[in-house]
Design a protein around this ligand. Sequence first.
Ligand SMILES: Nc1ncnc2c1ncn2[C@@H]1O[C@H](COP(=O)(O)OP(=O)(O)O)[C@@H](O)[C@H]1O
Ligand SMILES: N[C@@H](CC(=O)OP(=O)(O)O)C(=O)O
Length: 422
Amino acid sequence: MTKTQIHKFGGASVKDALSVQNLANILRNRLRNNFVIVVSAMGKTTNHLENIISLKLDRKDYSGNSTILKDFHLAICSELFPEGHVIFPKIENYFILLHHELNKSISKDNYDEYYDRIIGFGEILSSRIVMEYLCFQDLLVLWQDARELICTDSDFRFAKVDWERTRRNCQSQLKPKLEQFPVLTQGFIGADRAGRPTTLGREGSDFTAAILAGSLDAASVTIWKDVPGVLNADPKIFSGTTLFVELDYQQAAQMTYYGASVIHPKTIKPLANAGIPLFVKSFLDPEEPGTKIHARAKTESIPTFILKKDQILVSLKVTDFTFIEEKHIHQVYEQLQALKLHVNMLQTSAISISIVIDYELFKLEQLLTLLNQDFEIRYNEGLELLTVLYPNTDSVSKLLDGYELMLEQSTRNTVQLVRRLK
Ligand SMILES: Nc1ncnc2c1ncn2[C@@H]1O[C@H](COP(=O)(O)OP(=O)(O)O)[C@@H](O)[C@H]1O
Ligand SMILES: N[C@@H](CC(=O)OP(=O)(O)O)C(=O)O
């Protein structure tokens, strides 16, 4: 029996009608049974849905934004399908459902659960359009709701996978279908044990592909991107980048840990555990080999640059004339964990702790409230965290031109700079 292949197409690869046609062309000679297609929301749909949610939270009118989103999807369908195709009433129905959900009440207390009920509409719309288009092109695929497969806890927006149940669902529900047909499903979304929609964290569709691969003992995962593969820096920010032909799991995981957004950070672990290779390929140049991430890769230690924007540097100073001790770090980390905030960089001195965190709605003010009894807190927003792996003098010297250095940390193989535009 042929082993399953998983192919994931992100927002950029389904951002308009031409992209969907390109996706169909990529799949035309590849589709077979035991083949799973995972798709994300089209283009920037998830960001648009996030805007709608925050308008709703602020009790502002979101109807114009929702009309724009509907027209965006209908316009793509108009280019892909003839008038009267079944997709048009389907899209209308999804937007009726979306409005029904949006009409429910939202507050800071139920924000995360509300968010997960709304945000997954992007993936549902996209997967339905892509599936109908493939079938319309005589490329028969079955549509599968990922919420029936990916079982999670109820930690809305950051749900953790229940691996055992997910594997059971994949083996009992998905595998029999796959033996006969290719199946198309959504990334990013799942459901808790009560069937309530959950999500795996922003940009989590790569992770979905890895979860399905692990649960189906797949042969490989391919994620299709708008870049030639994994490069030593984001080509949208840095010039003269170099393609990694191969990476081992550890090097790839390290890059994603520091913020190389080409692969979601949780993607590598399930694949490494099962020894499943990950291919990162360009949907613009599908016959090019891209990057292969696997256990026996010949790795290159070339300078690698990773930039994280929207960073906040928080400095917490003890107020009782003691020095920083383990208990202070423990206290800070406990509150960060409660707020689900991840520390991108930590530095301690005699009397203060400095942490660098991502900007997250409401979170900074909550952190300040939780810690301002015991610490004098200062913070700077709108910063960048630049990590250089395998640095050399040449590669680091120019990184501060035009920037003010706020914090620096180096090890033998890593330099991290927190910088602010002058
Ligand atoms: N080291 C890197 N190599 C290649 N691309 C990178 C790297 N770091 C960041 N990127 C960015 O990742 C983007 C692709 O990932 P992403 O936008 O998440 O794709 P999608 O949402 O379509 O799955 C590229 O367009 C590029 O700007
Ligand atoms: N659509 C979701 C999930 C995702 O993974 O998207 P993409 O594959 O386009 O990064 C998001 O934007 O967060």
